[in-house]
Write a protein that binds this ligand. Structure first.
Ligand code: GAL
Length: 388
């Protein structure tokens, strides 16, 4: 098989870099690094529910975050995406949909806080949200104040209906508005990589989307995830590349593919925002989303995003340096047949005595010696922790 032909071109990212050039760095104080000092973890309504959000759904999801063990595993934010808002009051205050949120957003925030969780909300830097609800353009400071008064802890700000606007300028306005709101609020920039947000994002927000939307297919997830190589230098405590939210458990990928999704997002130090129905998820989905050894890689205090160290055709090896000298390694097989993959100790600078652990299956594998070989299933991964 010609493996080369299986490689998905990483065009999105390189085109964005070439076309956009280097955006001017922002001046002024950046977002707080104490917020999102490791990649944010939580849940977001969009991937599963789209516009079908409500007070009832958010409360039930918050309950499920706790009862499923997601909270104990580190998931914290419960984020309402598009469609919660309908209009503006005469004084310009944003108004929540009274049918879907009869008690208002503050009541939902209070409920979520009582569970020891945090509430996130969504708006758009342009004139309307992507679903044509009122955007925050020219209401940036007013909206930030409103969110703070409701007890919102996280804001995702989209980029629809923003023709003629400059994301560097508009998102800086939000940064300042959130800073003045009187409440620490995680700031998620969602402009799909337009104008290379990894260049100005670190001094503007806590995370920034690097690509267009994910969907629940292996091809789309893989195109996005494996195209993140090269962006690792822009990530760190308080500022993260965001390859979009998780699709784990939504049904469009098989077990190997979701394991690849979770392992790759962990190695990428990507935000882990589950996007499935936590109330009804299978034991297999729950086990993957709450895999403590995989999450520990994502949340590792060294806070370094992983990168690709080897590729041959559609077989790739990625490494994420960990605190205390360890490394997480992903052996990824993007082909449609199982392949034996070999990790040479020299490739990752490991001593022959360095020990290996399989993180997805929780198994010690002994010393690496000169190399380690494993059969990696089609579209699958073997994820390892290599001790110092
Ligand atoms: C897109 C965004 C999605 C979701 C959607 C809502 O622009 O990338 O994550 O928020 O808008 O309309």
């Amino acid at each position: 098989m010609n493996l080369r032909s299986k490689i998905h071109p990483l065009s999105l990212l390189s085109i964005a870099v070439v076309m956009c050039g280097v955006a001017a760095a922002q001046t002024g104080s950046g977002p707080s690094a104490t917020l999102a000092s490791t990649p944010p973890m939580g849940w977001n309504s969009w991937n599963k529910f789209g516009c079908d959000v409500s007070d009832k759904l958010i409360r039930e999801i918050a309950d499920a975050v706790v009862s499923s063990g997601m909270k104990a595993a580190g998931y914290q934010y419960v984020n309402i995406d598009d469609c919660w808002q309908v209009s503006r009051a005469e004084d310009g205050t944003i108004v929540a949909d009274a049918e879907r949120f009869p008690n208002g957003i503050k009541a939902v925030a209070d409920y979520v806080h009582d569970k020891g969780l945090r509430l996130g909300i969504y708006t758009d830097a342009g004139r309307m949200t992507c679903q044509k609800r009122p955007g925050s353009y020219e209401h940036e400071f007013q909206d930030a104040k409103t969110y703070a008064s409701w007890g919102v802890d996280y804001v995702k700000i989209d980029w629809c209906f923003a023709e003629g606007l400059d994301p560097v300028v508009q998102y800086a306005k939000f940064r300042d508005a959130l800073a003045q709101s009187g409440r620490p609020i995680v700031f998620s920039i969602c402009n799909w990589g337009v104008k290379a947000p990894w260049r100005w994002g670190p001094t503007t927000g806590n995370l920034w989307r690097t690509t267009g939307d994910i969907n629940d297919t292996y091809d789309r997830m893989a195109v996005i995830g494996f195209s993140q190589n090269g962006l690792e230098k822009f990530a760190g405590p308080g500022h993260w590349n965001d390859p979009d939210m998780l699709e784990v458990g939504n049904g469009g990928m098989n077990r190997n593919e979701y394991r690849t999704h979770m392992a790759l997002w962990a190695i990428l130090a990507a935000p882990l925002l589950a996007g499935n129905d936590l109330r009804t998820m299978s034991a297999e989905t729950k086990e993957l989303l709450t895999n403590s050894e995989v999450i520990a890689v994502n949340q590792d205090p060294k806070a370094v995003q992983g990168h690709r160290v080897w590729e041959e055709g559609a077989l790739e090896i990625w490494v994420k340096p960990l605190a205390h000298g360890g490394q997480a390694v992903g052996l990824f097989n993007r082909t449609e047949a199982a392949f034996k993959m070999t990790l040479e100790a020299k490739l990752i600078g490991a001593q022959p005595s360095a020990t290996l652990r399989d993180l997805l299956d929780h198994k010690d594998l002994g010393a690496i010696k000169g190399s380690f070989t494993a059969e990696v299933p089609e579209h699958g991964v073997v994820m390892l922790r290599v001790s110092k």
